[in-house]
Ligand binder design. Sequence first.
Ligand code: 4AD
Ligand code: MG
Length: 462
Amino acid sequence: MKRTRIKELLETERRGIHVTAAGWVRTRRDSKGGFSFVEINDGSCLANLQVIAPASLANYADAVLKLHPGASVVAEGVLEASEGGGQAVELKADTLQVLGFSEPVDYPLGKQKINFERLRELPHLRARTNSFGAVARVRHLLAHEVHRFFHDRGFLYVHTPIITASDCEGAGAMFQVTTLDPHAPPRRPDGTVDYDRDFFGRRASLTVSGQLEGETYACAMGDIYTFGPTFRAENSNTRRHLSEFWMIEPEMAFADLEADAELAEAFLRHLFRAVLKHCGADLRFFDQRVLPGVLARLERLAEAPFGRVSYTEAIRLLETSGKSFEFAPFWGMDMQSEHERYLAEEVFKGPVVVTDYPEAIKAFYMRRNDDGRTVAAMDVLLPEVGEIIGGSQREERLEVLSASMRKSGLNPDDYGPYLDLRRYGSVPHAGFGLGFERLVQFCTGMHNIRDVIPYPRAPRLC
Ligand code: 4AD
Ligand code: MG
């Protein structure tokens, strides 16, 4: 079967050509004039192809008139200018073969409207809806543009491991990987579990970040990035958290926090422009059906310079805002989403880079500032979404790093290879992590992060 994708059929200027299209039925309408209109979609674009099936088809009564939403068909015939409104072309079928029928009594995606929550219970079917088809295409385009951006700038794509024995964020929110029997693990004489006898000969987990391994490659190859799945066993039931999400983490040698912030800004701008350029029809759909204004917001942010503010100044802005927050702001606090959104939405009216956070609320690897109480960290905040990027300049001084590990309750002996980078030719370096789903969420205007990844993983959801 040689089929042409519907996207291509709808874009071509040619008429009167013989073509084959295949897809899933969205609707069927029977006309008194002796034919049926069958709208089919194949996922290549938002729009459907209208197939005209004349009553003269041999299988008209037995098959065409039994077509319901969800059925799969192959139509071949002539592509012609459409007489009806709504579409430029239609396919006048010479044959309409049914590959698989679909029964309207069972099929959950019939004509009735169905909300996103209900669709979450149908992850195997929801890509057949307009919204999830559009999300899938935007997600693909953004992933592709991530690679293009870094490749064009000479960054090397490094595949960091998914199973690891170190806790990058030092937060302990890791999923354990083990082949030990949970009911009867081998024990040491003191009663603790004997991980020597586990699969890896030690305790292992799913990674929370590829950063530590990324740093080792940056400190040899210069500029690198990772793009892979990461896992967090936090009990966060919010519309911005997943237990499994994808993260993009660039890391640059010979770079400071300023270079890091510049890269973050250029990166986000590139992605906003790319999605505007390549996903016009899908973005218009989100603008009409999901979040009115999402398109104009993207257009504006694709050109706007990012705001810059230190954490200390940001707290002052929050304290003097006159706004009543659920959590009162104070220096030393970990900002809540309401604070991040206020800064991005009301103060800076666009993306803002917040730098130099208190040491006590940030990870052990961030470079200590001379003031002795803050570190060279940055978060990029967006309207609506809040934090989309977290990054920092890394602590490159061996003694300072060992001390801050101990302060965070980590044993420097567990991080030997990481410390080696500081023993042999240490260099200033910096990087960040961008949460891919938060990016897709922002570009599409989808309210819940669980609706921008094909199979969301969250507490009690797998
Ligand atoms: O701020 P985070 O925890 O930073 C790191 O993991 C660093 N190691 C990154 C680095 O410097 N290389 O996470 C980075 C980003 C966040 O800003 C957020 O966008 C996203 O990852 N993120 C999540 N996205 C969805 N669900 C979660 N549970 C997330 N946790 C973080
Ligand atoms: Mg963070």
